[in-house]
Design a protein around this ligand. Structure first.
Ligand SMILES: NC(=O)C1=CN([C@@H]2O[C@H](COP(=O)(O)OP(=O)(O)OC[C@H]3O[C@@H](n4cnc5c(N)ncnc54)[C@H](O)[C@@H]3O)[C@@H](O)[C@H]2O)[C@@H](O)CC1
Ligand SMILES: Nc1ncnc2c1ncn2[C@@H]1O[C@H](COP(=O)(O)OP(=O)(O)O)[C@@H](O)[C@H]1O
Ligand SMILES: [K+]
Length: 467
């Protein structure tokens, strides 16, 4: 699992670790890692280092000494000459760095304006530097975080640097992983400075290809000689409508691609007949299931369908139109799967509000409904009260295709029918859904049907540690 920690936790861990080490060792580790990440800068080329008032600037000043040692030239811009890491400045200038008034034509840039001590938003000189980066497009490496973003909240309320890469120290930060701030970080490189043993519970985590073990609770039947389809779990699907019949097929396709042993479909006679025609393995009509999926492509009866599913007292995935009919709170394990527009409607706010603070709004909804909230998007979030929030890193923007959400809901329901907690089911579904899109066609268009078809292979590769 890839983990990100809060600023407060990082500061506490740094303090504990620093007390066991000679002065300045942590900054030297950070500076060396930073200089190594700039190994591509050719000898003789010029780097502009934008130096802020705190230790973030200190990291870059010491990194500059390593760059200068190997023949790279370094110019320094100081945010505040009175507030600069004095030893770092002395070391960098002694090694040959020049202080200049403003960035000009440099093709390489080190953004060391602000680190984890930042109040979001840049002003004055720092805002001018961010504008220069945006206009001149030097290859920009952010030190620890892109300056100006909200490090824990992953929002971008003001002017900030947009970097090509970020070299971060000790652990990831939420802003590097979650949207809307993640694109400002570019490619993220983690430098180990020894914080690991001193960090507490993460603020955010992301499933990685090596985390196939997370599926284990849904696969207990695999080694059971008396296993049969019912032991794998049955997932019930209430999806599709006259207007969106395709959603029924896509949700069923997602459900069939999962770990459950059987899919039941409940809908009108006409729709049930069409679903069974297309997917002959599906059993139509009400019956025993271990989890329900309600809402994809649902019509006017989505509210009745949700009420009917909830009567069974079983885990439920609530998607699309069923999200308009939520009970006050959930008494069963529930996974709500809105996109930003649907979450905005649930909370009575604007879509822009959700998009500018997805973590905050998904968290608010998870607490309000006592459910797991999976907020779909480029970096899908999965939030459950008392569990570490997960952010999904797989997939590409090609996944934003009609019906992809229907497949996701069906697949997540299948994992829940096999016994996974909604938090694991939602985050694994998002992870495998993105991985399946990459299996189907990593760099180009694809359909939701392609994603459903690739899910079983992506799952097998994940389980085999081959993703
Ligand atoms: N503490 C440690 O042991 C280590 C810290 N490291 C570096 O130190 C950084 C944290 O250093 P600091 O705590 O000094 O924090 P920063 O370097 O982020 O700077 C904080 C300073 O900037 C000012 N400031 C905050 N927001 C501002 C804004 N929007 N506009 C203008 N000024 C603003 C604050 O008043 C404060 O003086 C980390 O991100 C990392 O780069 C690394 O060297 C690793 C070790
Ligand atoms: N830019 C993007 N990058 C990656 N995935 C995306 C992007 N936009 C949307 N997605 C994913 O595509 C799916 C779209 O689901 P949804 O919005 O419900 O569409 P539909 O209702 O057509 O199925 C979700 O899994 C979402 O996370
Ligand atoms: K920075």
């Amino acid at each position: 699992m890839l983990t990100a920690h809060s600023v407060a936790d990082i500061r506490a861990a740094e303090e504990t670790l620093a007390a066991t080490l000679p002065d300045g060792v942590l900054m030297q580790r950070a500076a060396r890692g930073l200089a190594e990440a700039l190994a591509d800068v050719p000898t003789g080329d010029l780097v502009i280092a934008l130096i802020g008032p705190g230790n973030n600037g200190g990291d870059a000043l010491f990194a500059a000494t390593h760059l200068l040692d190997r023949g790279v030239r370094v110019d320094l811009c100081l945010f505040d000459e009175q507030k600069v890491h004095a030893e770092g400045l002395a070391a960098a200038t002694a090694a040959g760095a020049q202080v200049v008034a403003a960035p000009t034509q440099q093709r390489w840039c080190l953004d060391a304006v602000l680190g984890i001590g930042a109040r979001p938003g840049l002003e004055g000189k720092a805002a001018d530097w961010a504008a220069w980066i945006a206009e001149q497009r030097p290859f920009t490496v952010a030190v620890d975080v892109p300056s100006g973003v909200d490090v824990d909240g992953a929002t971008t309320p003001g002017t900030h640097v947009r970097a090509d890469a970020t070299v971060t120290f000790g652990t990831h930060k939420a802003a590097l992983l979650a949207d809307p701030s993640a694109p400002a970080a570019g490619d993220v490189h983690l430098v180990d400075i020894g914080l690991g043993p001193h960090l507490g519970e993460p603020l955010l985590e992301a499933i990685e290809p090596s985390d196939g073990h997370l599926l284990a609770p849904a696969l207990e039947w695999l080694d059971d000689p008396r296993a049969h389809k019912y032991k794998r779990g049955v997932v019930g699907v209430m999806a599709g409508s006259e207007q969106y019949a395709g959603a029924a097929h896509l949700c069923v396709a997602g459900a069939q691609a999962g770990t459950a042993g059987m899919v039941r479909f409940v809908g009108s006679d006409a729709l049930s007949a069409r679903v069974v025609d297309r997917a002959p393995e599906v059993v139509a009509g009400r019956g025993r299931v271990q989890a329900w999926v309600v809402g994809p492509g649902g019509g006017d009866d989505a509210g009745e369908q949700l009420a009917s599913a909830l009567e069974d007292d079983l885990p439920v995935v609530v998607d699309a139109s069923a999200l308009e009919h939520l009970p006050t709170t959930f008494l069963v394990p529930a996974l709500l799967t809105p996109h930003a527009g649907e979450l905005a409607a649930m909370l009575g706010v604007d879509r822009d509000d959700v998009e500018s603070d997805p973590l905050g709004h998904a968290t608010q909804a998870a607490f309000r409904w006592g459910a797991t909230v999976l907020l779909k998007g480029r970096r899908t979030l999965v939030v459950t009260q008392s569990r570490v929030t997960r952010v999904n890193l797989t997939g590409s923007s090609w996944l934003g295709t009609a019906g992809a959400g229907d497949v996701l809901a069906g697949f997540a329901g299948s994992l829940m029918a096999s016994g996974l907690h909604p938090h694991d089911a939602g985050s694994l579904a998002a992870f495998l859904h993105g991985a399946a899109a990459d299996v189907a066609n990593p760099d180009g268009p694809l359909t939701a049907t392609d994603v459903a078809a690739a899910l079983p292979v992506a799952t097998a590769e994940f389980l085999g540690g081959r993703l």
